[in-house]
Design a protein around this ligand. Structure first.
Ligand code: G3I
Length: 392
């Protein structure tokens, strides 16, 4: 413990705190939290070295996260069907997750690469795996400003509203029909808000959907999905609403204005997806974030975590110090959500390091996900485990 505070604690005192939640991130609290997470605090010895207790627990294969969950809790991962060829990885997904989300296999460019030529083969592989392993699925994503095939972009930019609406309806009809058996919750619209927007409502005006149909494209999308299948749970999904900085303030304002407008219009919207790609160097918004979540909850909208991972790139310290700081940051973040509502759904954007979109971009990325390259639990795995255990 002495080593820890001498070599590490000082870094904590340098972190800026913005609210009682950040002050919770004090040296003592961090040590206590790391101990609670079952993580060795002999950090300077590096990730491989552990306290005797940890070595013992390392020797025992950790239980699958899903075995800890009750029937109303979901821990999941984003998966690309091609990843299932990695047998140990597929086994880890089956062991830990009770819900899957296709990372890319339900995006326009994959399922309708050419107009009218649908291809759900990758999704069907994922669906078969999910059924074999008694896992649920959620859909990602029906309307997004990127990930579009060229033919669709062309219609959005040059076709009239009638042609765009016809294209959207055809895509929704086929996609919802093909996935109806397993997918009962969809990210209907993804990332429609931008802190860089010049609009007072911070809507992403450079979205091809916005340019084609105007700001009510979001209303149209949710209403069309609901009319095609009124039994679906409809989610609005976005990121970076958790930070104290100016961008976080603008993003929370934009998302809240959007949700309030949809509710005023009587649009069926049931969930807000917090993507939660946590940039662990950015101070969390604390009360401003929990107030935001409470306002969302008062609209009758449930909050779920849809794409959790950690960006530790701008944290200083040894690898194990950064991993532990990141896990505590995530635990603090998840605790804030759980203070407002029962947090019953946490989905990570992948399960182990090699399959993170961040690692694919930069192989030097430090472990953004719950399992390392050898499928061994990292501090984030313990933080997620503790969140579920504490929120029953
Ligand atoms: O599958 C093709 C492959 O055949 C081709 O050779 C290769 C090179 O062009 O591209 C491959 O497709 C790539 C795909 O990932 C699968 O690896 C696309 O180019 C690439 O753009 C795509 O990136 C995905 C990105 O969304 C854009 O769709 C990432 O994997 C995915 O993790 C990321 O996920 C997003 C969420 O959907 C929304 N929230 C943010 C999150 C992270 O950016």
């Amino acid at each position: 413990m002495a080593n820890f505070s001498a070599n590490y604690g000082n870094k904590i005192t340098k972190m800026r705190f913005y609210s009682p939640y950040e002050r919770w991130l004090t040296r003592r609290a961090l040590l206590q939290a790391l101990a609670l997470l079952g993580v060795s605090t002999a950090l300077p010895l590096g990730l491989g070295a552990c306290s005797p207790a940890r070595q013992l627990s390392r020797a025992r294969e950790p239980e699958g996260l899903r075995s800890l969950l009750n029937t109303r809790q979901y821990f999941g991962v984003a998966v690309d069907a091609r990843h299932l060829a990695d047998t140990p990885y597929a086994a880890a997904i089956a062991k830990h997750a009770n819900i899957l989300v296709p990372e890319n296999d339900l995006k326009w460019r994959v399922i309708q690469p050419q107009a009218g030529a649908f291809n759900f083969s990758a999704y069907q592989k994922l669906a078969a795996f999910a059924q074999e392993n008694n896992q649920s699925m959620r859909g990602h994503t029906l309307v997004w400003h990127t990930g579009l095939p060229k033919w669709a972009e062309k219609i959005l930019l040059h076709g009239g509203k009638a042609e765009v609406r016809s294209m959207l309806h055809a895509h929704l009809q086929e996609t919802l029909q093909q996935t109806a058996t397993l997918v009962h919750d969809w990210d209907v619209v993804n990332e429609a808000v931008s802190p860089h927007s010049r609009r007072k409502d911070f809507l992403r005006a450079n979205s091809p959907w916005f340019k084609a149909l105007g700001p009510d494209y979001i209303t149209e999308a949710f209403s069309a999905v609901h009319s095609l299948n009124p039994t679906l749970t409809l989610t609005y999904n976005d990121y970076s609403m958790e930070y104290a900085d100016a961008a976080g303030i603008r993003r929370r304002s934009g998302v809240l204005q959007l949700l309030q407008r949809l509710k005023q219009q009587g649009v069926p919207i049931h969930q807000l997806g917090l993507q939660s790609h946590l940039q662990c160097h950015r101070p969390l918004a604390g009360k401003a974030f929990t107030d935001f979540l409470r306002t969302v909850q008062q609209l009758g909208i449930k909050i779920i975590v849809t794409e959790l991972d950690l960006n530790l790139a701008k944290l200083s310290g040894t690898d194990s110090e950064r991993l532990n700081l990141g896990a505590h940051y995530a635990a603090t973040y998840l605790k804030m959500i759980a203070e407002v509502q029962l947090l019953d759904t946490i989905i990570c954007w992948g399960l182990s390091t090699p399959y993170s979109f961040m690692t694919k971009k930069d192989r030097s990325t430090l472990h953004p996900l719950p399992l390392d390259n050898n499928l061994a639990p990292l501090p984030l795995w313990h933080a997620v485990r503790s969140t579920f255990i504490e929120s029953v």
